[in-house]
Design a protein around this ligand. Structure first.
Ligand SMILES: [Zn+2]
Length: 187
């Protein structure tokens, strides 16, 4: 599975890390997108939790999952709610993304807030680094890559190298906590 690009530094409220979800947050901080896979029935599940929603099994292992997908729905958040720190971050684009292997994940899309991506827009997962080594999931638009098939994209193979999203994201790096999401969105 592809490693995620670091798209900036997370400046919002720190992720609420529970021992059962610590692997998810730590994986993101290392550029890995991992979800729980039930060791009884094999279902890869989200939201994270102690029990399989499909079979009721308690066991799980961590599985690398697809890092690309398409936007299911995206909205521009213009009024901060919850933690006051968001007041410095709006407007921002919050979305749910249909990942290529079938999961639907929430996260901020780092893009022009006046042009939230329409349904079906291709995106790739990325992360914003936190001070304690965790990462927060976010998404970057893939339109430029598709529009230019001759473009050789080294960042896909080597996320530590050549990160064009980094500069832009430095100005606007905070985003939703995917496991404890923004009250204005939700599946
Ligand atoms: Zn199961």
């Amino acid at each position: 599975m592809s490693r995620l690009r670091q798209a900036g530094i997370h400046r919002g409220p720190a992720p609420v890390v529970h021992p059962e979800t610590e692997r998810f947050w730590r994986g993101l901080g290392q550029g890995r997108l991992q979800l729980q896979r039930c060791t009884t029935c094999g279902t890869v599940r989200f939201p994270l939790g102690p029990v399989c929603w499909k079979c009721g099994g308690f066991g799980h292992e961590w599985a690398d999952v697809a890092t690309t997908g398409t936007v299911s729905a995206a909205v521009t958040v213009r009024r901060a709610t919850g933690d006051p720190v968001w007041a410095d971050e709006v407007p921002l684009v919050s979305a749910q993304v249909d990942m290529d292997d079938g999961h639907r994940l929430p996260g901020r899309v780092l893009c022009d807030p006046d042009a939230p991506p329409p349904h079906g827009t291709p995106v790739e997962a990325a992360y914003l680094a936190t001070d304690d080594g965790y990462g927060v999931l976010c998404f970057l638009l893939r339109a430029a890559e598709r529009a230019d098939p001759a473009h050789n994209d080294p960042a896909h193979d080597d996320p530590a190298h050549d990160d064009p999203a980094h500069d832009a994201a430095d100005d606007d790096p905070v985003h939703d906590d995917p496991a404890h999401g923004d009250p204005e969105e939700g599946p």
